[in-house]
Design a protein around this ligand. Structure first.
Ligand code: FE2
Length: 172
């Protein structure tokens, strides 16, 4: 399963200033998710991890500041479990309809701009209800070895082992 990332278009960058176009052509929404410190969206329910899953919205998540770890679970994919250490340089991560997802910030927090594509059946009271992984195919997908996506040497790479062992300890 190849995930899709939509890069930003940097117009100008100087040591303390960056100015870029973050537009997603097909988007009809503009949502900001701020983690002002260590945080998880959606938060755990006691011991249980919770996830969002959309039926009428495709997400395009771009990190504006900081770094955010995304976990994607989709039992329909040949590789059903992905862990993405997302930063701005990687561009906006597409999260297809029906994909369970959650995101986690470290102590520094992070700001994400999501520019979703919503269809006419989109209803905010139904799209943002945290879900537990309570079906066997979801639990199997969660327990399968993840594909990791990281940014290294100015390149987005995917690996089947975790090269950020030290970093994971600070993020989780
Ligand atoms: Fe979402």
């Amino acid at each position: 399963m190849e995930l899709r990332f939509f890069p930003i278009n940097v117009f100008r960058e100087t040591p303390k200033v960056i100015f870029f176009d973050a537009g997603i052509d097909t988007s009809n929404g503009s949502d900001v998710v701020i983690h002002s410190g260590e945080a998880i969206s959606p938060p755990d329910d006691l011991e249980d991890e919770q996830y969002y899953v959309h039926y009428h919205q495709t997400d395009y998540n771009l990190v504006i500041t900081g770094e955010r770890k995304f976990v994607l679970i989709n039992p329909l994919w040949d590789e059903p479990h992905h862990v993405i250490y997302l930063n701005r340089s990687m561009g906006a991560l597409e999260i297809p309809i029906g994909t369970y997802h959650r995101s986690i910030s470290g102590k520094e927090g992070s700001i994400v701009l999501n520019q979703p594509k919503r269809d006419k059946f989109f209803n905010p009271s139904k799209e943002f209800i945290p879900q537990k992984l309570d079906k066997i195919n979801l639990i199997k997908a969660r327990n399968s070895p993840p594909v990791y996506w990281i940014y290294e040497n100015n390149k987005l790479i995917r690996v089947n082992f975790n090269p950020l062992e030290r970093k994971i300890k600070t993020l989780v």
